[in-house]
Each structure stands twice: as C-alpha cells, then as structure tokens.
Write a protein that binds this ligand. Sequence first.
Ligand code: NAD
Length: 258
Amino acid sequence: MKKDVVCGLGEIGMPILELISKSAEAVGYDINPRLSNEKKLADLDSIHTELLHVCIPYSEKFERNVLSLVSKFKPDAIVIHSTIKPGTTEKLQKKLTIPVIYSATRGIHKRMIDDLKRYQKFYSVYNWVQKSDWAKKIFVNRMKKAGVKTKIMSNPLALELAKIIVDTSYYGWLINYAQLSNMIAIKHKVDYDEMWSYADEIHKYLGNRPKMFPGFIGGHCVIPNLDLMDGDALKIIREINLDYAKILKKRRSLGKKY
Ligand SMILES: NC(=O)c1ccc[n+]([C@@H]2O[C@H](COP(=O)([O-])OP(=O)(O)OC[C@H]3O[C@@H](n4cnc5c(N)ncnc54)[C@H](O)[C@@H]3O)[C@@H](O)[C@H]2O)c1
C-alpha cells in the first residue's frame, strides 16, 4: 500500500497531515509516541512510502535526523516543510539518490490549515537530480488535491533564503523600525500614532510606508531564524529588540502600552 509519511507532528506537521489525508493515504510519525500513529506504523514493511514530509525543527542534528528517517521509511522522495539553514537541501541531496524537495511553510499555527490554503506553497528541487520531474509532479498533485496552490522556484537555495530574508527577518526588521521610531517618540515626548499618521496617505497610494506596532518581537520564528544565517548582518535585529525590551519594561511599569 502506497502512503505518505509526515514526520514531526507539531504545529505544522499536524495540519499538513490533516490536509494530505484528504487526498492520499497518510500516516503520522513523531519521536513522541503519544503523537505517532502507532497502529498504522506497526507493520512498516507493508508501507511503501511515496513522499516523506519532514516537519521537524531545525537543529545541528537536522541532517542526521532526516537521514535516519529516510532509512526508517525508505521513501521515493522527501519534502522538507521546515525552516532550515540555507544550503541544507543541497547537502542532503548530495547524500541521497532520491529527490529532496524543499517547500518552506508560511502561516501561523493558530490558523495553519487556512494559511496553508491561502498562500501558494513554494517548492524547489535541484534539477540535476534523477526523477526530480516525477517528484515535482507527485508533490504538486498532492497539494492540489489538498486545496493548496503551488509555485516553483528555480533552485532550493533561493527558497531557503527567501523564507528567512524576505519573510521572518524582514518582518522583524520592520518591527525594529517601529521600535526605533517609538524610542525617538518617547525621547521627544511625542505621540507615536500621531507621528506615524504622517505616513498614512503615502502608504495608501504608494504602499511603501507600512506602520508597524512597536511591540517586542517574541514567538519562536523571527528571532530564532536569525541563527540559521551565517554572518552578523542580521544580528542587529536581535540587538535592537533586546534594547527595546528594556524601554518597554520601564514603560509598562508606568502603565503605558508601548
Ligand atoms: N509553528 C509555525 O507557525 C511555523 C510556521 C512556519 C514554519 N515553521 C517551521 O516548521 C518547523 C516545525 O515547527 P513546529 O512549530 O511545527 O514545531 P513543533 O515543536 O510544534 O513540532 C515539532 C515536532 O517534531 C517532533 N520531532 C522532533 N524531532 C523529530 C524526529 N527526529 N523525528 C520525528 N519527530 C520529531 C517533536 O516531537 C514535535 O512533536 C520548524 O522548522 C519551524 O521553523 C513553523
């Protein structure tokens, strides 16, 4: 029996399993046995894994973990949905003969199913890999049947970088500007919202002056994803956020929102 296996049943893995299950036989696996579908996984030899969907968090052990999942499930192809260090797809691909598709995930966990259907799911696979056309076709078909639109990128590295540089870090950078502008507003005792009202019409007509909420950047995407990039260029986002946290703490003790 052909099946897809979704590995890592957390905030993105569970919704991805739910969506894929609508159109294909799919089974979930997690190192936490309480989350795994132990019954369906009991007889591994009877499962022919077509796509192995990787939804585990990135760590130093990521490549090793993926390779061991490949040995366990022997899939025809892999799809990585996690946010990963740029270059990881190529490194894995060079160690494997089956196609490795990278397909970054967009959305927030509270409404992940809706977000997965709302945004095109970008994907990419190195075109020098045997059976890459076959893998693309299977993946696109799987997503289409699950109600998810897809869009290809010319190579996985562009998509690995895009997920961080123009998604999470860019969002952090915009919030940084709100933080910096609020630090200046506080220093000069002017109202943040009033100051920013100057940009409203420009943003309305040109779309290039977004006003962000000057809060603290928390959560487990924007700041942790900075560590996936080599070099110091983006580290400033974390530094500004930490400086701003001190100011925010003082402001909150005075009963101010920000
Ligand atoms: N949560 C989001 O909103 C979101 C959005 C976009 C991208 N992402 C990315 O998706 C990836 C997963 O994030 P998440 O929020 O779903 O994580 P999570 O912590 O909610 O879930 C991860 C799951 O993977 C399991 N796991 C870890 N190692 C495993 C292994 N070797 N084999 C099998 N299972 C394993 C864990 O037990 C856990 O259940 C990350 O790279 C994250 O950056 C998350």
